[in-house]
Every structure is written in structure tokens, then in C-alpha cells.
Design a protein around this ligand. Sequence first.
Ligand SMILES: CC(=O)CC(=O)SCCNC(=O)CCNC(=O)[C@H](O)C(C)(C)COP(=O)(O)OP(=O)(O)OC[C@H]1O[C@@H](n2cnc3c(N)ncnc32)[C@H](O)[C@@H]1OP(=O)(O)O
Ligand SMILES: NC(=O)C1=CN([C@@H]2O[C@H](COP(=O)(O)OP(=O)(O)OC[C@H]3O[C@@H](n4cnc5c(N)ncnc54)[C@H](O)[C@@H]3O)[C@@H](O)[C@H]2O)C=CC1
Length: 281
Amino acid sequence: MKNVAVVGGGLMGSGIAEVSARAGHDVIVVESSDDAAKAALGRLEKSLVRAEAKGKIASASDVLGLIRVETDLGAVADREVVVEAIVEDEAAKVALFKSLDAIVEAPDAILASNTSSIPIMKLGVVTTRPTQVIGIHFFNPVPVLQLVELVPSLLTSEDTTARSRAWVEGSLGKQAIDCQDRAGFVVNALLIPFILSAIRMFESGFASAEDIDRGLVLGAAHPQGPLALADLIGLDTTKAVAESLYDEFKEPLYAAPPLLQRMVDAGLLGRKTGRGFYTYA
Ligand SMILES: CC(=O)CC(=O)SCCNC(=O)CCNC(=O)[C@H](O)C(C)(C)COP(=O)(O)OP(=O)(O)OC[C@H]1O[C@@H](n2cnc3c(N)ncnc32)[C@H](O)[C@@H]1OP(=O)(O)O
Ligand SMILES: NC(=O)C1=CN([C@@H]2O[C@H](COP(=O)(O)OP(=O)(O)OC[C@H]3O[C@@H](n4cnc5c(N)ncnc54)[C@H](O)[C@@H]3O)[C@@H](O)[C@H]2O)C=CC1
């Protein structure tokens, strides 16, 4: 699969577009407005310039030359693989998969979602080709982290799973794990309750954000603490993933704590808005 579309060019979509172009693929990114398209292009340029400065790629402009950012979803019609990376909102994703089903022409094209937590079946069944719908879940930051979770639904064909694996491992150089189609898959089903516990600890006044994070960095060798990680993921996404998990399993450990809800209400979404548990320049 050499021609790829990524729908949603935010934090994750721009990373997926970057690693695809770095693997030599022809990439179309679709964004929802001109301003969002400009922001996506800015993220791509910044990341590729950094990769070039670090000697990881020969030329940022050559890689950028493989990527087109569009605002018309019709641009994805000729793609072999489409990776959806829009906001973590089931209704928005359902609407998008219905549109993709009508637009994408290749009869064997793969329609993938990068969702963090929404069961893939909910997206597959709204299309006429659920055998070709699969979760291909990358991790943040995409150019750095090796893992991809492969999440076939009960209706996904073995051929779709095999071609998805060949693409992420063979072409993109990532490492895949296989997951059942349950909210949160493997990593977020474990990681999100850990982050929510850290938020509850901070909310209760038990320890400062800095001490909670330093504790996990220095005492458990995590690359960053859970509150800094929530700021990296985005508090809106963290809350949405918690809600999907709670909806599926009804376990209190998945319930979003009030502080997380209030921070999202306030627009304190972490790095993306400049303020979450920490402030960013
Ligand atoms: C919510 C979901 O559905 C699933 C998820 O993704 S959950 C989130 C999973 N992600 C994690 O757990 C991230 C944990 N944190 C980390 O791995 C690290 O803290 C980090 C990579 C984010 C930053 O690492 P750091 O050592 O503090 O910073 P820094 O020195 O700037 O970066 C380390 C390397 O990563 C690269 N890097 C960091 N951020 C990057 C980015 N956004 N894009 C590209 N490269 C990046 C740097 O260039 C640097 O590369 P070199 O070693 O080759 O120089
Ligand atoms: N943030 C993270 O650490 C991770 C997020 N994910 C998942 O990836 C997806 C995207 O997350 P982020 O990139 O963090 O979000 P984000 O908010 O940074 O980006 C979402 C982008 O989608 C665009 N968009 C929204 N609706 C659209 C539409 N209908 N058509 C085209 N573009 C549209 C927005 O303009 C925005 O740029 C979510 O499903 C999330 O759960 C997966 C792994 C890690």
C-alpha cells in the first residue's frame, strides 16, 4: 500500500502522515477547515525540520513534497488505505466512516481508525464493507514510539488484518500487537486508569503534581510522569477515552474525576492549549 490518506491532521494525524511520507508513501491529509489545514502543515514542517536537523532524514522538503493537505474529503477517493485520526467522538467518527464508505473507490481499500478507545465494530457496521474496517492505533509521539495496536472487529477479514500488519511493520517499521475489540484495547485499558488515579491523588491534595510526576520518573523509570503525560495526550482526549472505558466496563476506576472534567470545561487541555497540569510557553 503506497498511497495513503490521513483524515484529521492534529497531533496524531500529522505524526501518522509524517511516518508514512518518511516511508516513501504518497500521502493526503484531510482537515476540516483552511485554518486547521494550515496548522497541520505547520506541525508537519516543524517536525520534519527537526528530524532533518537531527540527521534522521536527508531532506525535510523532499518528505514534505510527498504530502498534500486538503480540505475536501473527496480527495481520498483513490487511496488504498485511509487512516481516520479526527477527534475522539463516536458520533463524529460514525459520520466520517459513512462518508468514507461512499467516497473511497478501491474495492479492497482499508478503512482504519486511530481511535484510542472506541470499539471498531461501531465504525465497521455503519459501512457496507465492515470486513475492511480495522483499528490501527499509533502512539504519541508517532515518530518516536514503536507500538501500533492492531484491532480487528468480529467482522474484519483476515486479509485486512494481514495487509494492515504488513503495512505498519513492513513499510512503516513499527511493531504491532494484536488486540481484541474492547474499549481501550490493551494499552489504554491499563494506562488511562493509572493516569486517572494520579489525577485523583493530585485532586485530593495528597501530593503536588511535580512530586507525583517526579515519583514515577525517578522511582519507576517512566519517561515522564502521569500528569505530564495527560498534558501530552490532551485532557480532552484523556477524558473521552475514560468515558469510552467507563461506558464499556462500568468500573469506577475508569470514571473521569471531577477535576479532569472541570479542566476540560475550562479549555485547559494540556500542551495543545498551553495549560493543563503544567503551563507551557
Ligand atoms: C492516548 C492514546 O490513545 C495512546 C497514547 O499514545 S498514550 C501516550 C503514549 N506516549 C507516552 O507514553 C510518551 C511517554 N513519554 C516519552 O516517551 C518521552 O517523554 C517523550 C518522547 C515524549 C519526550 O522525551 P524527552 O526525552 O523528554 O524529550 P526529548 O529529549 O525532547 O525527546 C527524546 C527524543 O524524542 C524525539 N521527540 C520528542 N518529541 C517528539 C515529537 N513530538 N515528534 C518527533 N520526535 C520527538 C526527540 O527529537 C528526541 O530524539 P533523539 O533522542 O533522537 O534526540
Ligand atoms: N493524543 C494522543 O495522545 C492520542 C490520540 N489518539 C487518537 O487519535 C485521534 C486524534 O487525536 P489527536 O490527534 O490527539 O486530536 P487533535 O485534536 O490534535 O486532532 C484532531 C484533528 O482532527 C480534525 N478534524 C476534526 N473533525 C474532522 C473531520 N470531520 N474531518 C477532517 N478533520 C477533522 C481537527 O481539526 C483536528 O486537527 C483521536 O481518536 C484520539 O483518541 C490515538 C493515540 C494517541
